[in-house]
Design a protein around this ligand. Sequence first.
Ligand code: FES
Length: 144
Amino acid sequence: MTMEASAFPGWEPKILAFCCQYCAYSAADMAGSMRLEYPTEVEIVLIPCTGRFDVILALRAFEKGADGVFAAGCLEGNCHFLDGNIRARKRVNFLKAELKSVGYEPERIEMFNLSASQGPRFAEIARDFTQNIVGLGPSPAKKL
Ligand code: FES
């Protein structure tokens, strides 16, 4: 399923989803197994834990052409590395402020928490996030 980007002809959003190997990746896998539709523009990057999702990784994603980036990890209290998802949320909030200060919309980066059994929720997150990015248009880096 691809998203229409009619306001920007020829542009297709590039979205990276950094999913922890436990809950979020399993949820994404379940969404696939259930044949739930979500945008093909969402590219999943498997990481051990969202605690691994750091500022450098996120900025590199934008530098390499991502229009939107999200981290998806276990529910709060269920991180397999204790507080990786809490640290990731702090980093995402930090990045939102930093991106805003350089002209990016803070909505281009988000953090989500879900359990391994939430395949439908993963598909919903992927659809909603992609729709939001389509509404924002190409990354400011692409408009230069
Ligand atoms: Fe899933 Fe840490 S193991 S967020």
